[in-house]
Design a protein around this ligand. Structure first.
Ligand code: PGA
Length: 248
């Protein structure tokens, strides 16, 4: 039985002091042993967030990292900077990073490999645009994203990965995918993993849905056989996140 994983993606929101205040507010609301609860926060918030979340079930993750160990990469954060302070999760290849910061399937793959090398669990994002959905190429496109993201990743590593299926048209728009659409694509992702790695890996890897998840949509989405939780943006910044984590 896969354990659910419900992660907040704070994006570029909350100063360090606001982050501490939000964690203090949310920590009693997100207590839940049945799911892994992760707050992915801006880099500068990571250390105060870790401190604020100490002794709770909340795990702190990063929203991005670079694939080199160190050196002349002004503005970037290395994997060992994250592990040194105790970060266990990192979002890789969010559609906003692909769109505004020129990330590609190839750089996503480099980051995924680096994250595994350092023992950080990647939350690997994929998702189609509205045009791709309307043109009927959603599954083909997502299979391509997954196959490249997981190039040279071993079955043992892939088992521990998290994939977030986030249709771009549903992110921050209030337009949540229907339960059927979300389940269909998450099942297709699991099939793709099965083809690459086999049954064991496919049954262990966790696949989230993301895109306008709310307290009202979470229960039905998370009850789907191939949806193992969610990656939550806007609703992760308010008390509603407690309801999402305790969706049952
Ligand atoms: P949203 O964002 O919940 O605000 O749509 C989700 C995401 O981008 O991870």
């Amino acid at each position: 039985m896969r354990k659910k994983i419900i992660a907040g993606n704070w994006k570029m929101n909350k100063t360090p002091s606001e982050a501490v205040a939000l964690i203090d507010e949310l920590k009693p609301l997100v207590a839940n042993d049945e799911a892994d609860v992760v707050f992915c926060v801006p880099a500068i918030d990571i250390i105060p967030a870790l401190e604020a979340a100490k002794g709770t079930n909340i795990k702190i993750g990063a929203e991005n990292m670079y694939y080199e160990e160190s050196g002349a990469y002004t503005g970037e954060i290395s994997p060992s900077m994250l592990t040194d302070v105790g970060v266990k999760y990192v979002i890789i290849g969010h559609s906003e990073r692909r769109e505004y910061f020129a990330e590609t399937d190839v750089t996503v793959n480099k980051k995924v490999l680096k994250a595994f090398e350092h023992g950080i669990t990647p939350i690997v994002c994929c998702g189609e645009s509205l045009t791709q959905r309307e043109q009927g190429v959603t599954i083909d496109f997502i299979r391509q994203q997954i196959k490249i993201a997981f190039l040279n990743v071993t079955a043992e590593q892939a088992k521990t990965a998290v994939i977030a299926y986030e249709p771009i048209w549903a992110i921050g728009t209030g337009k949540v995918a229907t339960t059927e659409q979300a389940q269909e694509v998450c099942a297709a992702i699991r099939t793709c993993i099965l083809e690459i790695y086999g049954e064991d890996t496919a049954s262990e890897i966790r696949i989230q849905y993301g895109g306008s998840v709310s307290a009202s949509s979470a229960p039905e989405l998370f009850a789907q056989p191939d949806i193992d939780g969610g990656l939550v943006g806007g609703a992760a910044l308010k008390a509603d996140f407690g309801k999402i984590v305790n969706y049952k």
